[in-house]
Design a protein around this ligand. Structure first.
Ligand code: DOR
Ligand code: ZN
Length: 351
């Protein structure tokens, strides 16, 4: 249903989120569970979730922290390393423990030191995944320090992804958190099973946001936000109705002290306001009628899952999201909301 100022959608899913562990998990999880039916949970813990057994243990820790009565379903991933055993992840997939495998090029981002050093080293794993229809989720940036930070996504497509897809044409791939017009074009035009997630923050900010009047660590994430033209291409793709594009927040909480540092961590925490920000973007693009496909249908279809059966309702009514959320005793996480206020509000289901 879409009235001018109220929209009801099939309950959305988050196809890319960082829930963390311990105190951070206790803080972050209720925000995702509040609005999303399911989420693909990233495995870049320290140490990373590299095996099906570790994924099962992590899923248990998440379930133990879930608010009572929540139907939220964590969908687990394994972190691909040069040592990953095809048999282990295939068995995890068959048993419904591991939904997908995440590939981080080694040292490309937070806790990715153990990532893949060369895709040729993981070809046995990719072969098996292709055979069983298990999706590969890709952090699509080269980590090579010689390559300009703003060119790393395009360089990954040109130097790695094109060849990888030629070698494994039936492998199901999600190019995660795309940030460039080149990635949009590549995913739109590619033959075969490929999709891409798009974050709310990459739809809202360009790279100027990191330098507005001074250095803004809370606008820093990876892949880093690009020029305005790229942001506009992402907005067009997300709101196009093309089923290859779907919602993945990449909500990635870090303590304020770790962000506001001489070497600040990459990641922005959008979970408390993500769906509301996506709604704002779709409204600005006059595409509210396509929000449901992007947020609630396209991703489920890619993963071969039915859409959720519940609905959520958003109302156009400005509100002030929390700015800082406590984690443990000593520190906080800052919530991403570039305009301070959110224009759309989630209506809590009637009790
Ligand atoms: O900004 C990011 N934060 N990008 C990533 O790829 C990882 C994430 C995190 O885990 O903090
Ligand atoms: Zn991520």
């Amino acid at each position: 249903m879409t009235l001018a100022n109220v929209i009801t959608l099939v309950k959305p899913d988050d196809w890319h989120v960082h829930l963390r562990d311990g105190d951070m998990l206790r803080m972050a999880l209720p925000w995702s569970a509040r609005v999303f039916g399911r989420a693909i949970v990233m495995p870049n813990l320290d140490p990373p979730v590299t095996t099906a057994a570790r994924a099962a243990a992590y899923r248990d820790r998440i379930r133990r922290v879930l608010p009572g009565g929540s139907g939220f379903e964590p969908l687990m991933t394994c972190f691909l390393t040069d040592e990953t055993e095809p048999k282990d992840i295939a068995q995890g997939f068959a048993e419904g423990i591991v939904m997908a495998v995440k590939m981080y090029p080694a040292r490309s981002t937070t806790n990715a030191a153990a990532g893949v050093t060369d895709v040729r080293r993981v070809s046995r794993v990719l072969e098996r995944m292709q055979a069983i229809g298990m999706p590969l989720l890709i952090h699509g940036e080269v980590a090579d320090p010689e390559t300009d930070v703003f060119d790393r996504e395009k360089a990954f497509i040109d130097r790695v992804l094109v060849q990888l897809r030629a070698d494994f044409p039936a492998l199901r791939i999600v190019l995660e958190h795309i940030t460039t017009a080149q990635a949009v074009d590549y995913v739109q035009d590619a033959a075969g099973p490929i999709g891409a997630t798009i974050t709310a923050h990459h739809l809202m900010i360009n790279r100027n946001a990191m330098f507005a009047g001074g250095i803004r660590p809370h606008m820093y994430c990876l892949p880093v936000a690009k020029r305005e033209g790229h942001r506009l291409a992402l907005r067009k793709a997300a709101t196009s109705g093309d089923p290859r594009f779907f919602l993945g927040t990449d909500s990635a909480p870090h303590l304020v002290q770790d962000k506001e540092s001489a070497c600040g961590c990459a990641g922005v925490f959008t979970a408390p306001v993500a769906l509301e920000l996506y709604a704002q973007v779709f409204e600005e693009e006059r595409a509210l009628d396509r929000l449901e496909a992007f947020a609630s249908l396209n991703g489920a279809r890619f993963y071969g899952l039915p859409p959720n059966t519940e609905t959520v309702t958003l109302e156009q009514s400005p509100w002030q999201p929390p700015e800082l959320l406590p984690v443990g005793e000593a520190d906080h996480v800052r919530v991403f909301c570039p305009e301070g206020k959110a224009r759309w509000r989630l209506l809590e289901p009637a009790a």
